[in-house]
Design a protein around this ligand. Structure first.
Ligand code: SDX
Length: 429
């Protein structure tokens, strides 16, 4: 049987054989379906891209029904268990293979060479109020980097592109930590390039008067695993934004700022903060039934639950839930854990959630760990954006190198007013 879809247009009785490739058809092949020859031709209507593949990618694979997540073919569970550094996984996402020793050494050197930020950036950050949301500071400062490195707009020059990738992966932890220190009124701590990616970030966040910050190995490892788990997730909202902005051939700093803005939304990467605020609102187990009732009445969503792709338990949530116990050994148990476990238990037994296949996602437990590690709640989306920068860059790069791609510009179905003439003010009703 041929790999084609035969479409019969009952309006005209015409038949069309549309080629099937990768279990999909090209939407442009539908444009031949017309009633009159001068018609525009058939389109698909797919709000929120529920069933539209906008790209071909080789970076991350998700099977939502089976709860499977692979980075370049490697199961996320194996990367979380075996990878000793976030930069190793960032290399995998960007280059497609796990690095050998010379490769990881060069990669680490190049990124560490770019962890410092221009001193003027500090003045820029001083302009924010003390209580500015750190994600707002993060987004603005990432965008400002485009003014410090004007050559970054040469996005088709491989050497220039590579240098901006080093700069972004190297600088996002520094910018994030500076935003935190600004909010605390504490002096900025400069990068310590003798530490790991996660260790250096903890040093810039929490170093006080000691000559050199020594990260707690359990917390450093936990943060490394969390960074690995959050590094990429195929065509999520913020990555789609990165690709779309990047398709106009703007520099990667501006595109990253847009992607981070999309991530900040409470339905996306802002959910980890929203989960903790929801747990604080619930307060105790006896209030859980009331919250569940409100969810089932459509009055609110259960933050940290549900996913566009996963109709099974988010494999990242499983790893994070286990990691929480390791962290609590050091920090003391987060008292909200029992409340979260009770919420999960009740939800997973409730027909409303079962029918809609709503399971805990990556954001449900991560905030419990972040809070136990001393991060303020409004900082949680920033902790998501740091590692996801590597994923955004991998997709940005793949998009620019994809011969199928051009500037993103969707169509619309117009239902507005037909042509009409101007009405003078004194004649308007
Ligand atoms: C991330 O895309 C990614 O990969 C994202 C991410 C990544 O790594 O980049 O995985 C990270 O963003 C995780 C998701 C974090 N967001 C939240 O936890 C916020 C709460 N979740 C929901 O807002 C929702 O589940 C979404 C946004 C995550 C997914 O929404 P969809 O796919 O558009 O699903 P939907 O809104 O169409 O829901 C289908 C049904 C609806 O009920 P009915 O209209 O059929 O009666 O399920 C209900 C929804 O009301 N539903 C929920 C719910 N999520 C969906 N009901 C209560 N609580 C929820 N959390």
């Amino acid at each position: 049987m041929p790999d084609t879809l035969t479409i019969l247009d009952n309006r005209t009785g015409k038949k069309y054989d549309i080629p099937i490739e990768n279990d999909a058809i090209r939407a442009m092949d539908l444009r031949q379906i017309k009633v009159k020859d001068d018609d525009f031709g058939m389109m698909t209507y797919d709000p929120a891209f529920m069933n539209t593949a906008s790209v071909k990618s080789r970076i991350t694979y998700i099977d939502g029904d089976k709860g499977i997540l692979h980075y370049r073919g490697y199961p996320i569970e194996q990367l979380a268990e075996h990878s000793t550094s976030f930069l190793e996984v960032a290399y995998l996402l960007l280059h497609g293979e796990l690095p050998n020793s010379p490769q990881i050494d060069a990669w680490r050197h190049n990124i560490k060479h770019h962890t410092f930020i221009h001193e003027s950036i500090k003045k820029l950050m001083e302009g924010f109020r003390y209580d500015a949301h750190p994600m707002g500071m993060f987004i603005s400062t990432i965008s400002a980097l485009s003014t410090f490195y004007p050559e970054a707009k040469e996005i088709l020059n491989p050497e220039v592109r590579q240098k901006q990738i080093y700069r972004l992966i190297g600088k996002v932890p520094t910018i994030a930590a500076f935003a935190y220190r600004h909010s605390k009124g504490m002096p900025y701590i400069y990068p310590d390039n003798n530490l790991t990616y996660a260790g250096n970030f903890l040093s810039m966040m929490y170093k006080i008067g000691e000559p050199r910050y020594t990260p707690n190995p359990v917390l450093e490892h936990a943060l490394t695993v969390l960074f690995i788990l959050h590094a990429d997730h195929e065509q999520n909202c913020s990555t789609n934004t990165m690709r779309s902005i990047g398709s106009s051939h703007i520099d990667p700093f501006s595109a990253c700022a847009g992607a981070a803005a999309a991530l900040w939304g409470p339905l996306h990467g802002g959910a980890n903060e929203a989960v903790l605020r929801m747990l604080d609102e619930i307060g105790s187990k006896d209030k859980v039934p009331e919250i569940i009732k409100g969810v089932k009445e459509g009055k609110r969503k259960l933050m940290g639950f549900g996913h566009r792709i996963y109709k099974n338990y988010d494999p990242r949530a499983k790893v994070i839930k286990k990691l929480a116990y390791e962290v609590f050994e050091v920090t003391g148990k987060n008292p909200k854990l029992d409340l979260a476990l009770e919420l999960e238990r009740i939800a997973l037994e409730d027909e409303y959630f079962v029918k809609r296949k709503l399971y805990p996602n990556v954001d449900f437990y991560s905030g419990l760990i972040y809070e136990a590690m001393g991060f303020p709640m409004d900082f949680f989306p920033v902790l998501f954006a740091i590692p996801r920068t590597a994923g955004w860059l991998a997709h940005w790069q793949e998009h620019l190198d994809d011969p199928d791609q051009k500037i993103a510009r969707p169509r619309q179905i117009f239902l507005g007013a037909a042509k009409r003439n101007w009405v003078p003010l004194n004649k308007r009703s």
